[in-house]
Design a protein around this ligand. Structure first.
Ligand SMILES: Nc1ncnc2c1ncn2[C@@H]1O[C@H](COP(=O)(O)OP(=O)(O)OP(=O)(O)O)[C@@H](O)[C@H]1O
Ligand SMILES: [Mg+2]
Length: 230
């Protein structure tokens, strides 16, 4: 049996209270294994972003189990979750979340900077990844001078820079043209093949389904089925 990187059972998440309450996750159960790319698909509003936010420790949930690398994230306090995420998880947000005051290199190197890594080495690593996502010319540009697709690629590079065990990408190709989208997916696939990293990709883009090993279908806050791809 492959090593389980993510084990979720019956995760329930409600936003708001009383009449305004929205039951976004209605008991999500999913296991993801080391070295696989799991595609997470489903209609808009079905709970995909909510789910990946919960498993990254960015959002508290009402009940259920979430173990990452065998650690129960619900038992950690905020500081422990932040440190755990910094070490083990890379996240590409649906809304990029780049820091506007920082250049591309500084944004990509940020996870290493936070971990107090050597600055010169961090920037060298950041530049290698920016080259890999086709942004070799933009090292010193600030996010506001980049297109949406370019910002997305910076966000992908940032998620990879600290070589996390698990990368979670929420719609990583949504602002990219076909060719750039394929290049980003090829980079993720290459990382996966070389380092056995585990990747979860939330997507609507059927042109990238082929990169997945399995696909989880979400509907109304639940995983309805998980299928093997390829
Ligand atoms: N902060 C919030 N407060 C209240 N309700 C929210 C909040 N965020 C999301 N929701 C609701 O929770 C449900 C799930 O939203 P979520 O963003 O997880 O969907 P999604 O599957 O990622 O959709 P999309 O494909 O459009 O990104 C939706 O009904 C949404 O309106
Ligand atoms: Mg979403």
């Amino acid at each position: 049996m492959s090593k389980t990187v993510l084990h979720c059972k019956d995760i329930v998440k409600t936003y708001g209270e009383a009449e305004a309450a929205v039951l976004a996750l209605q008991g999500v159960t999913l296991d993801v294994y080391r070295g696989e790319m799991m595609m997470l698909v489903g209609p808009s509003g079905c709970g995909k972003t909510t789910f990946v936010s919960c498993i990254s420790g960015l959002l508290d949930f009402d009940s259920g189990v979430c173990d990452i690398l065998g650690k129960d994230i619900t038992s950690m306090d905020t500081e422990e979750v932040v440190a755990f995420r910094g070490r083990h998880i890379g996240f590409v947000f649906q809304s990029f979340n780049l820091l506007p005051a920082l250049t591309c290199v500084e944004n990509v190197a940020l996870p290493l900077t936070i971990a107090n890594a050597d600055k010169a080495q961090s920037y060298t690593k950041a530049k290698v990844l920016l080259d890999a996502v086709g942004l070799g010319e933009k090292y010193d540009s600030k996010p506001k001078h980049l297109s949406g697709g370019e910002q997305q690629r910076v966000a992908v590079a940032r998620a990879l820079v600290h070589e996390p065990d698990l990368i979670i990408c929420d719609e990583p190709t949504s602002s990219l043209d076909h060719q750039t989208g394929q290049a980003v997916m090829q980079l993720l696939q290459k990382m996966k093949n070389e380092t056995h990293i585990t990747i979860i990709v939330v997507t609507h883009d059927n042109r990238i389904y082929k990169y997945g090993d399995r696909m989880a279908h979400m509907e109304d806050g639940k995983i309805r089925k998980v299928e093997q791809l390829g």
